[in-house]
Design a protein around this ligand. Structure first.
Ligand SMILES: Cc1cc2nc3c(=O)[nH]c(=O)nc-3n(C[C@H](O)[C@H](O)[C@H](O)COP(=O)(O)OP(=O)(O)OC[C@H]3O[C@@H](n4cnc5c(N)ncnc54)[C@H](O)[C@@H]3O)c2cc1C
Length: 340
């Protein structure tokens, strides 16, 4: 029986749950846990509260903390005065030591992290301790002649590298929003309480908790107004429409390469993978590298002067015409409707 450990991040738990799909792909399971496939168990490890969504998805959930108080109490305390002085929760060295302890105890065959800020801090530190390799920013798992290939962008996304890993445990950090997990609900999730043997003596202390301002991360937005080569001169107009629709602006690489849009809002193979409910592609041609970032878009509207542009063939609605005119008219119409 193979064992897979998944780092469960409370604030981005959706990205941790996605990793169950990666575990499935690694062990060849199609989700039904049929006979004949390599059997495996999933362990989620959490340093804080676990959302109900995770219940019955993982075989085991390891809750780390001192066992003198129930988890909820500890978490509650964390946000209160007495936890302000010395919280281990953000200390990457401490967390790495605990994960190392767990590896010594359970001997996982595979350890997966979401490529979040914290996941990217922990994964290389743990790989060093375990003297194993780490494949970072994984975007796909393929099989060739029965051999598993781990895929990740290389040379700033100029090519996709297929990596074979022979080291154990197999470790990966996985790009967010790329894999989607169709839940395979188990009868139960067994909970394990783990009290760290390591004492937190790292240099990082939590001095104050401040609510984070909205990040404006395009991966979190339900609506994206995306601009490409066809709207480069009028790129600022996109923000006006985005404000009216409570959306965020994203971009193709062409606008980024021309210094019109920042790289942080680039969609695609060498940018971000997005999963909005609505994606408006304005003056975007739909290159294969751009579409690579649109795997989980629910509904797409594209506006293009060329009805044969590749993006049109994957759109739910195609508006053939000038994108600037479309933006102006739609913005004006929404504003008018709001006034009524
Ligand atoms: C290794 C590699 C990685 C890459 N990674 C990415 C990536 O992550 N993301 C990405 O986007 N690209 C990426 N690219 C670049 C990609 O190949 C394309 O060059 C790029 O996506 C083109 O951007 P575009 O569609 O906005 O522009 P163009 O190709 O210039 O297309 C413009 C479109 O706008 C239409 N148009 C023109 N005028 C108007 C108008 N007035 N109104 C409406 N429509 C109009 C045109 O018909 C056309 O369809 C990558 C390339 C490589 C080689």
């Amino acid at each position: 029986m193979k064992k897979v450990l998944i780092y469960y991040e409370q604030k981005q738990h959706k990205n941790s749950i996605e990793l169950l799909a990666v575990a499935r792909m690694i062990y060849g399971d199609d989700g039904t846990r049929k006979e004949g496939i390599e059997d495996y168990e999933t362990y989620g490890v959490s340093f804080g509260p676990i959302e109900v969504e995770a219940e019955c998805l993982f075989d085991f959930l390891i809750e780390v903390g001192d066992d003198s108080a129930p988890l909820e109490k500890r978490v509650e305390a964390h946000s209160q005065e007495q936890r302000k002085n010395n919280s281990p929760v953000y200390d990457a060295l401490f967390l790495t030591s605990v994960l190392d302890e767990l590896q010594q105890e359970y001997q996982f065959d595979c350890i997966l992290f979401p490529a979040t800020h914290m996941g990217r801090m922990l994964a290389p530190r743990l790989a060093m301790r375990l003297q194993t390799g780490l494949v970072a920013d994984v975007t796909d798992i393929r099989r060739k002649d029965g051999v598993m290939e781990i895929v990740r962008p290389a040379f700033s996304g100029k090519l996709m590298a297929g990596i074979l890993s022979r080291k154990a445990p197999l470790m990966m950090s996985v790009r967010q929003n790329v894999f989607s997990y169709a839940p395979d609900r188990l009868a139960e999730t067994r909970r394990i309480s783990h009290t760290p043997k390591t004492v937190c003596n790292g240099g990082i202390r939590l001095l104050e908790v401040r609510e984070k301002e909205a990040t404006g991360d395009i991966r979190d937005s339900d609506i994206l107004i995306s601009g490409g080569g066809g709207v480069m001169k009028d790129f600022k107009k996109l923000s006006e429409l985005a404000v009216e629709l409570n959306a965020l602006v994203s971009a193709s690489r062409k606008t980024v390469d021309h210094g019109i849009a920042p790289r942080s809002i680039q969609v695609g193979q060498s940018g971000k993978t997005v999963s909005p409910k609505l994606y408006m592609a304005l003056g975007i041609n739909g290159s294969i590298q751009h579409i690579e970032g649109l795997k989980h878009v629910e509904y797409m509207i594209s506006v293009n002067t060329n009805q044969n542009a590749p993006i049109c063939s994957i759109s739910d609605i195609v508006v053939v015409g000038d994108a600037k005119e479309f933006i102006n008219k739609l913005t004006e119409k929404i504003r008018k409707e709001k006034q009524i």
